[in-house]
Design a protein around this ligand. Structure first.
Ligand SMILES: Cc1cc2nc3c(=O)[nH]c(=O)nc-3n(C[C@H](O)[C@H](O)[C@H](O)COP(=O)(O)O)c2cc1C
Length: 222
């Protein structure tokens, strides 16, 4: 699979097989992801990969916190939860509609939508979750670097037959994650990524989101 094929093959995966990725493969994927470029080569990402019993314990801690009705309190502030408007809101709604249609969830079925959305905090059943942290002092450029790193990682996972879902939602309730993983005060959780072998039969994995055309996104100037 070349890079172009990997870009088209990657999709957000939201249902996984109960089959962990072999540790040697995981190490080699995260080793390759280290090649991501970053501003001044600062390499701000500090990734925590949670698997096995720790993954299950973290899920329980997170589920209890979310169920307690706490409001989101992202480490990097409210910009992590943007209220989209205009074309961005249209695309947000279209993506949600595409996902819920693939999952056979009716537009008005709020309970089913809430249940589907709560699966974010059980890592969509994935055997592994990566949490992307960086020093709190790093601003926008740090986040740009971590985003590029995460996309490289998603492509590496794809070419190895491993599905992933980047999740801003994993940065919404940092308190139980910080406590469980003993994350130092100066580090913040930006977002996370659940990953593992995709469940080929799950409805949630049937969704294929659309994209604007290249001419909507790129202006060629000569
Ligand atoms: C930074 C970032 C945060 C995201 N957060 C979530 C999330 O919290 N939950 C979720 O289900 N999908 C999340 N997604 C996945 C997007 O919904 C998805 O990338 C988009 O709809 C395009 O679909 P595709 O990834 O299948 O191509 C996120 C994607 C990115 C890049």
């Amino acid at each position: 699979m070349d890079v172009r094929e990997a870009l088209f093959a990657r999709q957000s995966t939201r249902a996984f097989l109960d089959k962990p990725v072999a540790p040697a493969l995981l190490t080699s994927i995260f080793e390759a992801a280290q090649q991501a470029p970053s501003n001044c080569n600062t390499q701000p990402w500090q990734t925590i990969i949670v698997s096995g019993c720790a993954r299950d314990e973290l899920e329980r801690a997170l589920a209890a916190h979310v169920a307690s009705g706490e409001s989101p309190a992202p480490d990097f502030g409210p910009s992590v939860l943007p209220a989209y408007a205009g074309v961005h809101r249209d695309r947000q709604y279209a993506a949600a509609a595409e996902l819920y249609t693939a999952m056979d969830i009716e537009r008005g079925d709020k309970l089913a939508r809430t249940r589907a959305s709560l699966r974010n905090w059980s890592f969509f059943g994935a055997p592994h979750v990566a949490l992307f942290t960086m020093d709190r002092s790093l601003g926008l450029m740090g986040a740009v670097d971590v985003g590029g790193y995460a996309h490289g990682l998603a492509l590496l996972l794809t070419v190895n037959g491993i599905g992933s879902c980047p999740q801003a939602s994993l940065g919404y309730f940092p308190a139980p994650i910080r406590e469980y993983l003993d994350i130092p005060d100066h580090m913040g959780i930006l977002f996370g990524m659940s990953f593992g072998y995709p469940d080929p039969h799950a409805l949630a994995n049937r969704v294929r989101t659309g994209r604007a055309t290249v001419l909507d996104a790129v202006r060629f100037v000569e």
